[in-house]
Design a protein around this ligand. Structure first.
Ligand code: PGA
Length: 249
């Protein structure tokens, strides 16, 4: 059995007030025990979020990390620093970072490895653009991204990775992949994994991201290969995010 994971990616949004609102809402929330919940606020709020969520079951995540432990990298944050704030999860290879900050497949791999070496649990984001989908290249693009990141890892390292399938055309657009479209790609990812590690293919969590919200979450999460969600916009609304967590039960 794979434990469902619901991860809230705040991106460059939120405020101290939102951190407090989350802390209050989740302190009182009756979260399903069978679901793992993580919030990924921007770096400046991590410490406040750690305090606001202390004592509850919600875990803390970051949105990226630098491949190095320390050094002359102005503006960057390392995995070792994140660990000091009890961060457990970190996103790697989000499409906004691939596109806007030119992170290549090699950069994504370096960050994935750094996360593992810092004892963080990486959520590797993969997904095709609309152009690639229209050209019939969805499977090629997604499996190339997965393969590039995972193939060089040791089996024990791979076992610590969660994969988020996020079609780029569905992120922040309000245009969600249909459950069938998401399921098709996620089944392909699992099948690909099974090619080199059948046991891991069964245990690895695959989560969907791209305009998941309180209204469409249950249907997406009911698909056999969808083990959770990476939620952007809807994770900024406490009630919606809570509803999504309950849908994953
Ligand atoms: P969205 O973002 O839910 O706002 O589409 C998802 C993501 O980018 O992780």
């Amino acid at each position: 059995m794979r434990t469902p994971l619901i991860a809230g990616n705040w991106k460059m949004n939120g405020s101290s007030a939102l951190v407090d609102a989350f802390g209050q809402a989740f302190a009182d929330a009756d979260l399903p025990e069978s679901v793992e919940v993580v919030v990924h606020p921007p770096f400046p709020y991590l410490d406040a979020a750690r305090r606001a969520l202390a004592g509850g079951s919600v875990k803390l995540g970051a949105q990226t990390l630098n491949p190095l432990h320390a050094g002359a990298r102005t503006g960057e944050v390392s995995g070792r620093m994140l660990k000091e704030f009890d961060v457990e999860y970190v996103l790697v290879g989000h499409s906004e970072r691939r596109e806007l900050y030119r992170e290549s497949d090699d950069d994504v791999y370096d960050r994935l490895l750094a996360a593992l070496n810092a004892d963080l649990r990486p959520i590797l984001c993969v997904g095709e653009t609309l152009e690639a989908r229209d050209a019939g290249r969805t499977r090629d693009v997604v499996l190339r991204q997965v393969g590039h990141a995972l193939a060089p890892l040791e089996p024990a390292q791979r076992a610590r990775v969660t994969i988020a399938y996020e079609p780029v055309w569905a992120i922040g657009t309000g245009r969600t992949a249909t459950p069938e479209q998401a399921q098709e790609v996620m089944a392909a990812i699992r099948e690909y994994q099974a090619g080199f590690d059948p046991a891991l293919a069964q245990s690895m969590r695959l989560i969907y991201g791209g305009s998941m919200n309180a209204a469409n979450a249950a249907e997406l999460l009911a698909q056999p290969d969808i083990d959770g969600g990476l939620v952007g916009g809807a994770s900024l609304k406490v009630d919606d995010f809570l509803a999504i967590c309950h849908s994953a039960r």
